[in-house]
Design a protein around this ligand. Structure first.
Ligand SMILES: [Zn+2]
Length: 88
């Protein structure tokens, strides 16, 4: 588990607890921002790769080197292709 994933695991129960009151909203925004930094594997369908969070295609032009993509152009999710070695 990465440091970011540890921070998410620590913050989630706090954000959901009644004691933080109105701060809950802000903590959830921070958690969502952190979750975008945890790399997720792209979804492959034939020759197209899409973001696992928002579904945006990452190589619709068929020219983009999928290995060079680190973040979804649409939602900012950190992503990686399934062709990459040693990350899955
Ligand atoms: Zn996306």
């Amino acid at each position: 588990m990465s440091e970011i994933e540890q921070a998410i695991a620590y913050l989630k129960p706090i954000a959901n607890s009644a004691t933080v009151g109105t701060y809950s909203k802000h903590l959830n925004v921070a958690i969502q921002a952190l979750e975008k930094q945890v790399a997720k594997k792209m979804i492959k369908a034939y020759f197209l790769y899409s973001c696992p969070v928002c579904g945006a295609f990452q190589n619709e032009d068929k020219k983009t080197d999928i290995k060079a993509i680190n973040y979804c152009w649409k939602c900012g999710q950190k992503i990686f292709g399934i062709l990459e070695q040693g990350r899955d």
